[in-house]
Every structure is written in C-alpha cells, then in structure tokens.
Write a protein that binds this ligand. Structure first.
Ligand code: PGA
Length: 249
C-alpha cells in the first residue's frame, strides 16, 4: 500500500512569523494517518524542522544543487538540506524550469544527488496550456519522466508530482478524468521502466490549485496518492482541510 502524502510548497513565501502556521499545524496533527510534508523557503528550514520535531510532520527543500559541495555561490546541496532537517526535496518544479531554465538532465542530476544524500525526490512534471490544447500532454509528460527520473529510483526515494502549468496558482483545475488519464499514464510508464513492484510503489501527487473544497474529489481519482499544494499550504486552516480530505480518502 502506498502511504498517502500531503505536501505543501511555500515557494518564496514565509518569514519567521509564518512559523506560527506550522506550529498550529503541528498542534493539530501530532501524528497524522497520512504523510504530511511542508517545504518552506530554505531560510526557514532549520527552524521549521525544530518546530515539528516532536511530531510526525516532515519538512523538505524546494530545490538542491547536483553537486555535494564546492564553488557554487548561492546554491544549497542535498546534504545541507538533510543536515537542516529535511527528508525530501521538490525538484523540477515548473517555476524553476521557467525561472532558471532547468532542463530534464539538470533535474535528473539533482534527483541523483538528493537520493544519494538520503532524501526523497519529488520530481515535478506537467504540460503548458498550449501543449494540452495541441493534445501533446502525454508526450510531454513521458519525455519529462524519461529525462528527469534517475535509474536508481525506488518507491522509497521517488515521488512524482503531476502539475499542469496552467493549473498552478490559477484556480483552474483539470477535470477528474484528465487527472486520472495522466496519473494512469505515469503509473504505467513507471511500471514499464522499473518493473511492476517498484512502479506500483512510487507515490503520485497531483498539484495545481488544490483547495479544501476540491481535494476530496481529486483524492478519489485512481492513482492519486496525495497532493502538492502551493497557496493553500500557507495557512494551517486551509492545509488542514486538505489533510483531512486525504485522511478520509
Ligand atoms: P498552487 O501551487 O497550489 O498554488 O496552485 C501548486 C504548486 O505549484 O506546487
């Protein structure tokens, strides 16, 4: 059985004061029946880890460098994330692909580094609106998967997040059939590449405008094992609605 996962991506949001939201969440869910992960900005990671230390809530990074150390001003290694208390790292988010020109090969190298360091890699894939309208969604997702998922992946160290770019932060969500089609496709591809055992054990998250109001419907879709949540992860009350929906799914 795949353990369900509610992952929050704070992106470039959050000052010290926002750790209070995490404290609230920690009080509400000391031992949730699903995995709960918050990925704050790197500046808050260590304190976020301390905030949830006595609970089962986990924290993660939003990116890492492909190298373990060295002359890379401004970058953070996977080992540093682990050292700060992270258990996972989001890689290849469309905002990083867009803002920093990250290519599939870069993401694969980062994922290798993350896995080597002992972190779970949450690898993001997703199509643009243009690509969806041109009926290229599955080709794009397939290409991103082959390019960015490393060979050493297992059900333990890999999580795949399907995030249609046009659904991120827009309030637009694909239909449940569209989500199911992509998630089934991702599952089949993973089984083909890694074998049924590993392919079936990798968790698949949906991301893009997940809110307390639509979470239950999305979690009922086949091969959706949880969500990667941006905006609605910033407030404990909103994220709680999503955690509750997942716990009841
Ligand atoms: P959103 O972001 O929930 O604000 O749409 C999702 C994401 O980018 O991970």
């Amino acid at each position: 059985m795949r353990r369900k996962l509610a992952a929050g991506n704070w992106k470039m949001n959050g000052m010290s004061a926002e750790l209070e939201e995490l404290s609230t969440l920690a009080r509400m869910y000391p031992s949730p029946t699903v995995d709960v992960l918050i990925c704050p900005p790197a500046t808050l990671l260590y304190r976020a880890a301390s905030t949830v230390q006595a609970t089962d809530i986990q924290v993660g990074g939003q990116d890492c460098h492909a190298n373990t150390s060295g002359a890379h001003t401004g970058d953070i290694s996977a080992g540093m994330l682990l050292d700060a208390g992270a258990s996972a790292v989001i890689l290849g988010h469309s905002e990083r692909r867009e803002d920093h020109g990250e290519q599939n090969e870069d993401i694969r190298a980062k994922a290798r580094a993350a896995m080597d360091a002992g972190l779970k890699a949450i690898i993001c894939v997703g199509e643009s609106l243009e690509q969806r309208e041109a009926a290229n969604t599955l080709d794009i997702i397939g290409g991103q998967m082959s390019g960015s998922i490393p060979d050493q992946s297992t059900g333990e160290n890999l999580i795949v997040a399907y995030e249609p770019i046009w659904a991120i932060g827009t309030g637009k969500v694909p239909t449940l059939d569209e989500i199911g089609e992509v998630h089934d496709f991702i599952r089949t591809r993973l089984e083909r590449r890694f074998g049924e055992g590993v392919g079936r054990s990798v968790r698949l998250l949906y991301g893009g405008s997940v809110k307390p109001g639509n979470a239950a419907d999305i979690f009922a879709v086949s091969n959706v094992d949880g969500a990667l949540v941006g905006g609605a992860s910033l407030k404990a009350q909103d994220f709680a609605g999503i955690i509750d929906a997942l716990q009841n799914a």
